[in-house]
Structures are given as structure tokens and as C-alpha cells.
Design a protein around this ligand. Sequence first.
Ligand code: PLP
Ligand code: TYF
Length: 396
Amino acid sequence: LFSNVELAPRDPILGLNEAYNADSRTTKVNLGVGVYFTDDGKIPLLRAVQAAEKQMMEKSAARGYLAIEGIAAYNQGVQNLLFGKDSAILTAGRVVTAQAVGGTGALKIGADFLKRLVPNATVAISDPSWENHRGIFESAGFPVQNYTYYDPETRGVNFAGMVKSLEALPAKSVVLLHACCHNPTGADLTTAQWQQVAALCKAKDLIPFLDMAYQGFADSIDEDGAAVRLFADAGLCFFVSSSFSKSFSLYGERVGALSIVTESKDESTRVMSQLKRVIRTNYSNPAIHGGTVVATVLNDPELRAMWEQELAEMRDRIKLMRNTLVSKLAEAGAKRDFGFVNDQRGMFSYSGLTADQVERLRAEFGIYAVSTGRICVAALNSKNIDGVAKAVASVL
Ligand code: PLP
Ligand code: TYF
């Protein structure tokens, strides 16, 4: 049965973790995977999460099956984060939300639903994008192509190129957009550019799919939700996947959601009924724990304030690490100006290091980064940053 099964390649990012774990050097540093670490090098368990879990333990609730679409209070909380609590499209019943198994699960049920809705569509993802975007949509049966996005010369978005490639897409193509904190480049669109993309999607009858995996990591919950709100204001029908892996530091609990914006309450009812079919044949219904934690935090004013504070701490620490890295690189004699690192948003820096330089960092210094030159700034800390800066300067 299995004699002809070929060995599949490792996930380029998760594979790095395996190599890092197997490295016996005590000075090793993992800047590969997109995970936030504290200055002590630990994945935090947020105080708001601990408080919510304490409440949950005291309730000792039974563990029946959830509804197919998950926890109502959670889905409501997700909608408020994305669209703002007083959003007109929420009041009008134009958004349906289903709890999903992480942001990945949200993308997957969105992709499967789209395959039923527009079976002959093409999916366009940014060049470059999170590697799994391609895999998820291909496994749902779509051809996936790139649209122009990053310009290594300017280290920003090649917006004219992006517009040109989006304009060339056939009507009803799915356009995957990073709502904020673009992974891997850290280069986001400006508000004016978002407006232009929304207008283009409308004029060309494209289907926007906004992936929101880092809300709160650039400026704030509301500011980072601007693109989503702008698409809603433009009167578009679109998809949004949410992930709370990073913003709640709940990676292993798999908490995400898929939201779909429709034209009317009646459409919402029909869309949700179909989305539920997709969920039923994937995993039947989501898990209780992570969703309950997030719902508890979002719906309790005190815990909510505590979470926003902790999210701000994570965001500020990342910015401090960006700043420190830039100055330490200069001190270490790096011939290049790394000031651009301060402008990149979210957890990552597209450092401009070549695959050879990344390989030297691993081999000579035990510093792990993605071969594209992406480094996770959120894994830098006051103890490892000197070594990283010196190592980077020496391989340039
Ligand atoms: N989308 C992007 C852009 C991501 O970087 C990630 C990373 O984890 C995800 C989606 C998936 O999120 P999750 O880990 O919740 O599945
Ligand atoms: O880009 C990252 O590092 C994160 C984590 O298959 C991740 O988004 C990476 C690869 C993957 C799942 C999650």
C-alpha cells in the first residue's frame, strides 16, 4: 500500500523548529517561526487568559458538543473586533461568523466554501506570502497565482505593480490580502492604497479574502482593523479569517474564526447554512476551551482592558527590539543601514539577508532564520540581541 509513497518536504518554517531543537549549542537562537516570546525567552501565558481560565475552572461546565458554528459570544466578540461594536453592517445582520480551528482552519473552511461557490475561480496571493496560503487554496482545488507585492529595492510595496496584477485577474477571482502586518515582509498598504484596492475589487468584481492574523500588533485593535472596516464601508461582499494564536498567545488552542460579509440578512442566513455543511464535513464542530477563554476575555470589561494592556506590551517590546537591532547592527559595523527594520510592521522583519547568509548564521552561530531572510523580531530579547547583531554584521 505504501511502497510508492514519496517523502514529502518539511514545512519550510515548522521544519526549522525541528532543526533548532536538535541543535545542542547553548547560544542558539530561533528567529524562524512566528511566535512571540517575552524578554525571558518564554511564550507568555497572558494574565487575562489565566484569569479567564480560573473563572472557567470554577464553573466546571459540562463538555457537550458546541454548535457547528461554535460559541455565539465568541463569534460576536470576533465581529466586534473586526468591524467595531457599533458597525452598521453588524446591526444589519450582514456578517456571519463561525469559530474555526485557528486562522488556518478559518482559511480552509473559507476555501472549501468558495470552491462550492465559484468552482472555476483563480486565487491570487501576494508575492511573497505566508507559504501555507498557497497550500490551503490548492488543497481546496484552486489554481493559485501570485500578484505583485513586495519590492526588494524600496523594501516597500510595489503598489503600481500590485494594481496592475489585480486588474488583470478575471472577474470572481479570489484575492487573498493580509489585513495588517504582512507576513513575511512587514510591508503594509497605506489607507489610501487600501481604498484603491477596495474600489478595484468592486469595479473588477473580485472576491476579497482578508487574512487577519496579527490584529493589535501594529498600532491597536481598531487601527489594525482599518482595512476590514474600509472594505465593509465600500459595500463589498468579502471573507475575513481571524487568528488569535498570536494576540492571545494561544497558539496550541487553535482559536480562529471565519467571517463572511453578505449583502443582506437573508443572504447571511443562506450563507451560514452552507458554511455549516462545509464545517460538518471537515471537523463537525470546534473545540470549547480556547474559544471560551477568548469570549470570556472579550466580554468582561476588566479582562478586556487587561488583555489590551498585555497586547500593547507585546507590541511595544517588538518595537523596542526593532530599534535596538538597528542601533546594535550599526555599532557592530554593519555596512548597510538597517533603518528600514523600524518601519516594518508586526512580528517579522524581511531583513534582506540572502539564503547563503541565513545558512551561515545557522552553521556558524546557531541562529535560525527563514531562508528568505525573514526573521522573527518577537524572538529577540535583551540577552540574545547583541549576539544576533554581531553575527548578522559578520555574515553581511
Ligand atoms: N495567516 C497568517 C498570515 C499567518 O501568519 C498565520 C500564522 O500562524 C496564520 C494565518 C495561521 O494562524 P493559526 O496559527 O491561528 O492557524
Ligand atoms: O509564519 C509563521 O511563522 C507563523 C507560524 O505551517 C506558522 O505563521 C508557520 C508555518 C505553518 C504554520 C504556522
